[in-house]
Ligand binder design. Structure first.
Ligand SMILES: NC(=O)c1ccc[n+]([C@@H]2O[C@H](COP(=O)([O-])OP(=O)(O)OC[C@H]3O[C@@H](n4cnc5c(N)ncnc54)[C@H](OP(=O)(O)O)[C@@H]3O)[C@@H](O)[C@H]2O)c1
Length: 265
């Protein structure tokens, strides 16, 4: 008789991936993927700086992270404020210690036809998804380099980097640039032992797209994917932990697609 293996539950994964007592900084931790990345890193033993603009959500997450037996810090931050980003990194290191891994996750999306996009739309999206991610990574890497410390930077891109998403032109453009930024940073910082990689997720149900996938047209899109589903916010935790860990020492400059085969459809 063969035993049926229990379904894998990412929320119960207690492998520590060599991350015990390392410090992680997660942007966009107030919802969706960033919230789950924070919890996954905490379960693996990291002390976690959680950042985003919504203070009450950060405070609630800090309590959840601390309940996992590690230290946590809520850092309210608008990533579009470059000086605030620099200050946040200093403050985080003063409180929790040297950052080992940055998860550059905050981001926004816009569904609009190209003919309707305004310069304000363009700047808001590009600034948040690309410029802010650039200066966030720069700030953390400067500390790593000055402190002669190795580390990991994980940029959250999208499958939109490889295929323009419907009415998502500037979003897709921003994520393609995040992939190229990842490679440029990996190249420049290889000599310092800082590994920089991008995760390119397919559609995962979060606040960013829940309304869309609840709509009839969104449901039709989902039915066209090879597995007729979209992801759960915990589905990227395994890849995130691999890239955050020392075990990814030979991986840098990669843009890893995690999309359940959606790009194949
Ligand atoms: N869900 C998907 O299907 C999917 C697919 C591919 C890639 N992604 C990428 O995954 C990342 C996370 O998205 P998600 O799906 O988890 O969406 P989400 O639930 O909407 O989360 C976005 C996060 O970004 C933060 N954020 C936005 N603007 C910010 C700003 N100016 N300053 C600081 N934080 C800001 C938000 O926090 P506050 O509002 O509290 O500031 C929030 O925590 C994004 O980069 C997204 O592009 C998502």
């Amino acid at each position: 008789m063969t035993d049926t293996p229990a379904a894998y539950d990412p929320a119960a994964d207690r492998n520590d991936y060599g991350l015990k007592d390392k410090v992680a900084f997660v942007t966009g931790a107030t919802s969706g993927l960033g919230r789950q990345f924070s919890l996954a890193l905490a379960r693996a033993g990291c002390h976690v700086v959680v950042s985003g603009r919504r203070r009450e959500r950060l405070d609630a997450l800090v309590r959840e992270v601390e309940a996992l037996g590690v230290r946590a810090m809520a850092l309210p931050l608008d990533v579009n404020n470059t000086q605030a980003v620099r200050d946040a990194v200093v403050q985080a290191e003063r409180t929790l210690g040297p950052i080992w891994v940055l998860v550059n996750n905050s981001g926004v999306a816009l569904t609009k036809r190209i003919v309707d996009i305004t310069p304000e739309d363009y700047d808001w999206l590009m600034d948040t998804n690309l410029k802010a991610a650039f200066f966030m990574a720069q700030s953390v890497a400067r500390h790593m380099i000055d402190g002669k410390r190795q580390g990991r930077i994980i940029n959250i891109a999208s499958i939109g980097a490889f295929k323009p998403l419907g009415q998502g032109s500037i979003y897709s453009m921003s994520k393609a640039a995040v992939v190229q930024m990842t490679k440029a940073m990996a190249l420049e910082w290889a000599r310092y032992g800082i590994n920089v990689n991008a995760i390119c997720p397919g559609y995962i149900r979060t606040e960013m797209n829940a309304d869309w996938f609840d709509s009839e047209i969104g449901q039709r899109q989902m039915q066209a994917f090879p597995r007729r589903r979209i992801g759960r916010d915990t589905d990227l935790n395994g890849l995130l932990l691999l890239l955050a860990s020392e075990g990814s020492q030979f991986i840098t400059g990669s843009a890893m697609v995690a999309d359940d085969g959606q790009l194949l459809a």
